[in-house]
Design a protein around this ligand. Structure first.
Ligand SMILES: Nc1ncnc2c1ncn2[C@@H]1O[C@H](COP(=O)(O)OP(=O)(O)OP(=O)(O)O)[C@@H](O)[C@H]1O
Ligand SMILES: [Mg+2]
Length: 333
């Protein structure tokens, strides 16, 4: 099953995007590891029955303390880790516009995953790297001229034009991250996952990258990224926030909705404090937070807040959840 019709791409213009959503329900993930104290194989539960929703045309951010399961969740959503194993009775599922994803290769095909330390071809220039990727990803059906024009428009939008003839090994950290993104943009992915794209960048480079991701998202791509200790201004670039703590979802909703959500639980974020830091600090009380956020579930609307955060988020977008589902599934099929 393909998410979209790929037949008309001759001029290599960005594909027109329809709204779509990615929902995951009751996802658990355990890792097997060798315990050197008991000399036996043990399992560690990393994600604990979490649920959530991401929608297209939004920049979504996953936040949480180190070891909370952010990269694991991204790996699962991108189809690089499977949460269904023989020995676990996992009832969870991932669906796109109400269509359950049975084969995780579909997720891999339609999305791209930019990991923290993406490997680049060090001895090629930026332009050569892009040309090699274009040849491999776009194939022979497009002319060299069409590929060159696509490369130049991507390089332009990612501010790589000034270093187009620089060897990859000589690029700065920010330029390397932007090149990794540029390489993935060539075939116009439907969903882009990024693991800590701003880590290692200075604040102006990080802000520039987040603004760029937001623009790309608003043009139709679904962008989901994890962030490590973002500043308040960096976080404000995002449209949707998903907070994890010890494998539980402790908040899901808009960025402006975070401070009132915490205040409802009795945690008043001081005005001179970064809400991104504050939510991680109060995560010691994660139990109350994940109860209040229903561990990300979509259907539980009985919380004292008059609907859980996702439900409210969907309502804030002006669509009821039922309509939300039916509209999207007809548009996307
Ligand atoms: N194969 C494994 N065996 C044992 N523990 C594992 C395994 N894989 C992951 N973990 C543990 O699962 C937890 C979640 O890991 P994950 O990489 O998803 O965290 P994270 O939120 O991305 O952290 P960071 O912010 O540091 O990148 C960590 O405590 C990690 O040690
Ligand atoms: Mg990680």
């Amino acid at each position: 099953m393909a998410f979209e019709n790929h037949t008309e791409l001759k001029d290599l213009e960005p594909k027109p995007r329809k709204h779509f959503n990615l929902i995951f329900q009751d996802i658990s993930y355990s890792a097997l590891y060798y315990d050197t104290q008991s000399y036996s194989i043990k399992t560690k539960l990393i994600l604990k029955d979490i649920s959530g929703v991401f929608v297209s045309k939004e920049l979504s951010v996953i936040l949480g303390p180190s070891g909370s399961g952010k990269s694991t969740l991204l790996d699962i959503l991108a189809g690089y880790k499977t949460y269904k194993t023989k020995d676990t009775n996992n009832v969870g599922y991932i669906e796109i516009n109400e269509i359950k994803i049975q084969d995780h290769r579909v997720l891999r095909k339609e999305s791209c995953y930019i990991m923290q330390n993406n490997l680049l071809q060090e001895l090629l220039t930026v332009e050569e790297s892009l040309m090699v990727a274009a040849q491999l990803k776009l194939g022979a059906e497009y002319s060299a001229k069409a590929k060159r024009s696509k490369i130049s428009s991507i390089a332009d939008s990612l501010s790589l034009t000034s270093c187009i003839t620089t060897l990859t090994q000589s690029l700065s950290g920010g330029q390397r991250k932007r090149l990794a993104i540029a390489l993935e943009l060539l075939n116009d992915p439907t969903i882009i996952f990024l693991d800590e794209p701003t880590t290692g960048l200075d604040s102006s480079n990080a802000t520039q990258l987040m603004s760029l991701l937001r623009d790309m998202a608003h043009r139709g791509t679904m962008i989901i990224c994890t962030l490590h200790q973002p500043s308040a201004s960096l976080l404000s670039k995002a449209d949707h926030l998903y907070v994890l703590n010890e494998g539980y979802c402790t908040y899901q909703g808009t960025i402006p909705g975070l401070v009132p959500f915490l205040a409802d639980l009795g945690y008043n974020c001081p005005s001179n404090y970064n809400p991104a830091d504050y939510v991680i600090e109060v995560s010691l009380e994660a139990e109350r937070m994940y109860e209040q956020s229903s561990n990300g579930k979509l259907y539980n609307i009985n919380s004292s807040l008059g609907g859980n955060t996702v439900f409210r988020t969907i309502e804030e977008k002006g669509i009821t959840s039922k309509l939300f589902y039916s509209t999207l599934s007809t548009e996307f099929s």
